[in-house]
Design a protein around this ligand. Structure first.
Ligand SMILES: [Zn+2]
Length: 344
């Protein structure tokens, strides 16, 4: 038996209470459910989000606050298991930009969702044919119902843009702060933060936000919510570093500072042949070759190079170095500090 989240077999044993399994490594618990794989069961359902109005407002506001920074501009969103489409409606009411929301819903609630969302697929995920890739896919309280976790994560990957984001919410363990076990007949997966993150990271997602104790309802008052990004690290990061470097420096850069910050954050990723000079205040370093250049004293370098931008690669002494450069007559527009470089 292999853990469906961390894929290890070493820590798997029978669960002492629920008739299922547990993984000692990632603390995932799973079991077979009587209604598993029977989509007819869900097709006849209605009112899947029906909870007291104040509960809906609270959970929608929490979810919105969690993702609002990422839902800007003309983004294309997909909600798998959108029920009546009320969260999509909530988003559209809060955001004036042209966010476009598609929903997938297997139950009869799909009919109501048509009133609020831009497009609704009434049917299963497998029968959905996308017209475009999505910037963000949202899946609230669906995973715990599905035996095949690989299927839904694979579906999300196939239907999102490069670097797309995924928002997932599931009960955290039992989903309740007072009750140790969730005996909901539809639920077959009980996630820990470790197991959910292991599942997603195993598929190339990078966690951006993780929260527990999220409010779904009075009974499911401890939900686990994550926002993650499909990031085929490290290639994507290297590409973004290169683009950033080109935007800030073009093809020529003077480096100021050859300490640990430079060798940790900059030097291994420098595009070839862009560093035209390297300077440092430490005279003991002068004459050593770094990034293809001999380290020199600032006054000497600056007397010969009047236009190239300067990357200050000493984070801790940024203020002192900037003051020194200004005193040497360097225009502020030529100076790029580490916080400017890495600020997104
Ligand atoms: Zn595991």
């Amino acid at each position: 038996m292999i853990c469906p989240c961390c894929k290890s077999s070493e820590g798997v044993s029978m669960h002492p209470v629920l008739s299922g399994f547990q993984c000692r490594l990632c603390h995932h618990v799973w079991r077979e459910s009587a209604i598993l794989g029977n989509m007819d069961y869900y097709m006849d359902k209605m009112g899947r989000s029906m909870t007291p109005v104040q509960d809906l407002e609270r959970k929608f506001q929490e979810r919105f606050d969690f993702i609002s920074h990422a839902v800007t501009g003309n983004r294309k969103l997909l909600e798998i298991g959108c029920a009546e489409g009320l969260f999509g409606k909530f988003i559209k009411e809060k955001i004036s930009s042209g966010v476009e929301i598609t929903g997938i819903e297997v139950s009869r609630d799909a009919h109501e969702a048509c009133n609020y969302l831009d497009r609704v697929h009434h049917g299963t995920m497998e029968s959905f044919i996308a017209q475009n890739k999505f910037d963000m896919i949202m899946v609230f309280h669906v995973l715990e119902h599905l035996a095949d976790l690989e299927g839904i994560i694979g579906f999300c990957k196939n239907n999102m843009v490069e670097n797309g984001q995924l928002v997932l919410e599931v009960p955290h363990g039992s989903g309740n702060r007072l009750v140790p076990y969730d005996r909901h007949v539809e639920h077959c997966h009980f996630f820990s933060t470790t197991s959910l993150c292991a599942l997603l990271e195993g598929h190339g997602f990078i966690m951006e936000k993780v929260a527990t104790g999220c409010y779904e309802s009075a009974t499911y008052n401890d939900a686990l919510r994550v926002l993650c990004r499909l990031d085929r690290w490290p290639e994507n990061k290297l590409q973004r570093f290169k683009e950033r470097f080109e935007i800030l420096f073009g093809h020529k850069c003077i480096v100021f500072g050859t300490g640990k910050d430079f060798f940790n954050w900059i030097e291994p990723y420098l595009p070839p042949n862009v560093v035209v000079a390297v300077m440092d205040n430490n005279t003991a370093l002068h004459g050593h070759k770094v990034a293809g250049c001999f380290i020199d004293k600032p006054e000497h370098v600056l007397s010969q190079m009047k236009d190239e931008k300067i990357l200050v690669t000493t984070y801790r002494y940024t203020q002192e170095i900037v003051a020194q450069l200004l005193k040497l007559g360097v225009f502020p527009e030529r100076i790029v500090t580490m916080d400017t470089f890495f600020q997104l």
